[in-house]
Design a protein. Sequence first.
Length: 202
Amino acid sequence: MFVALILLATESVYLKGEPVTLYANKVGPFANPSEVYAFYSLPYCAPNEIVMKREDLGPLLKGDRATKTNYGISFRQDVAWKSLCKKKLNEKELDGFKRAIVDDYYFEMMLDDLPIWGYVGELETKSIDADHRAHYYLFTHLDFSIAANGPNVIEVNVSAGFCENAPILAQVANPGCSQTRCSASIWVRAAMRSSFPTLFVG
């Protein structure tokens, strides 16, 4: 499981229930941050229509390609669990995820211009099955904890894991297995004291 914590304030103003767009930005090997690819170069469940975020020249030169996702996040509205999609993976798509997991690929998303990082998956080498194949686990669940101060988003905390207790769908082994994406979001209210937020559940 991977956890990313970002503490940054933005200038966007939201009303309760207003959508907060989650963008998928890029993927690449953790050991080489300059090697980046579009998020959907990996066979994640993509929207029917690819909508890119307008960026200045600077982010584009860094390889940023922020694209709208299907994740539905609304300001100050909790979601206990939500299924995003289910997609059958062919052999080529499975190989793509395998390579990404072996090379320690991370992903970058953006919520209200706050960057979020997580690993694509993990490789289990200690446990080998009867056919002597390593187990590849694809992280399919994103659990968001989002802090707001008044009408602003000021912090995002994300845990990446599996949609189910047992990582059945995350074991990338045979062509035709399914990728199920899911998410949850919990909003935390923040009271500002000096330059640091004091958080409490509300």
